[in-house]
Design a protein around this ligand. Structure first.
Ligand code: BG6
Length: 296
């Protein structure tokens, strides 16, 4: 069924990219708009009217069927990481289908995209599943990612909504909400360490915070705003900035882009992996909003 039939005038607008690449869809509310690529059910932007984008998207991002898009919110599923299988799973390199759209009583648009197991997914993850991403746009960006086990066997997954946030400059930003959490330092032999105080990005950072369910805030003095990242049923948080060398080694990363982004990823990884018996469902929710830092 063509996705375009889920369009709603001035509220849910489809935009064809290329013959062989899935469309983008823009959701427009009274307070904001948000663009989503059907490739990967990948949220590309969330722009409250009058504000800069809350999400960072590389201007060198690749829009190709076998590649993940650099920036926005890639969905890492059914695994996070991995060196012997596609990095961060296959959900972000599959085309998703639109199954529902609408506008609520406050005229906020919403859309639901779906990915079901198919021949290609079975080669990498031999289970029947149904994954859905629902997005509602108002003064906040509301995201729900759910998975149902439709197989006769139990399966285990790890996952992340790998959100790239746009910031004025790493030097003007701190991330709060993870103080006192232990983290796995992926740059230091996976040693477990303790977060003391707010996070400041002064070098490469690649950390998995465990038992981290609280709201995080990205306090950006340069843009005089706070980005508030709250989540439900996500017990891990990944904080990542590739810094100079690693970002320069990525062909799809803007030159110097590492200074203007930080990933704060809502996830379930390691001890918090999710096991689903036949018929069971898991849902992780993410809400992103901004406030003026002058108010706090
Ligand atoms: C982060 C990981 O979540 O994603 C990093 O912690 C990884 O180790 C990064 O480098 C980017 O991954 P990718 O596959 O999108 O380049």
């Amino acid at each position: 069924m063509p996705s375009e039939k889920f369009g709603i005038a001035d509220k849910i607008i489809f935009e064809k990219r290329a013959e062989d690449y899935p469309p983008f869809v823009t959701l427009v509310s009274k307070q904001s708009h948000c663009k989503i690529a059907l490739h990967g059910a990948h949220i590309l932007s969330f722009i409250p009217h009058g504000s800069p984008d809350l999400l960072w998207l590389s201007s060198k991002a690749l829009y190709q069927n076998d590649k993940a898009i650099r920036g926005g919110i890639p969905i890492c599923w059914p695994w996070f990481g991995s060196s012997d299988k596609p990095s961060h799973g296959f959900a972000r390199i599959h085309s998703w289908e639109v199954i529902r759209s609408g506008v609520d009583e406050e005229e906020n648009p919403h859309i639901t995209l779906q990915l079901v197991s198919n021949d290609a997914s079975k080669k990498l993850f031999d289970y029947k599943f149904c994954a859905e991403l629902s997005v509602t746009v108002s003064d906040t960006l509301d995201v729900q990612f759910s998975v149902i086990n439709r197989d006769e066997k139990t399966f285990t997954i790890t996952e992340a909504l790998h959100t790239y946030f746009r910031i004025s400059h790493v030097d003007s930003v701190k991330v709060t909400g993870l103080e006192g959490c232990s983290f796995i330092d992926q740059l230091d032999h996976d040693k477990e360490k303790l977060q003391q105080g707010a996070i400041k990005i002064k070098a490469e950072v690649d950390r998995i915070y465990q038992n981290s369910v609280d709201t995080c805030t990205i306090c950006d003095e340069g843009l005089r705003r706070n980005i508030i990242v709250s989540k439900t049923d996500s017990k891990s948080t990944v904080v990542w900035n590739p810094w100079i060398q690693k970002s320069a080694a990525m062909a799809d990363f803007d030159e110097g882009g590492y200074q203007h982004m930080v990933c704060v990823e809502s996830a379930n990884i390691g001890d918090h992996q999710i096991t689903l018996k036949p018929g069971e469902r898991h849902m992780m929710k993410l809400n992103i909003s901004e406030s003026s830092s002058l108010e706090t």
